[in-house]
Design a protein around this ligand. Sequence first.
Ligand SMILES: [Zn+2]
Length: 69
Amino acid sequence: MTEETKKSGSNVAPLRAPRPCPECGRPSHREHYPFCSDRCRNVDLNRWLSGSYAIPVADDESKADDDDR
Ligand SMILES: [Zn+2]
């Protein structure tokens, strides 16, 4: 029974499934993976640098102040 799990492990496909570019949705280019082009990669990088990807801080703490008990 454990032998069967070993066999299935060797059945992994070597090729990666092509992923669409996260910026424009076109098929990603191998050179610029996971993006389709250098431009899209820069766009993504700039977004990171400008902080658009920052996780918004939850306002729950300020709301707790409103609680008048
Ligand atoms: Zn793109």
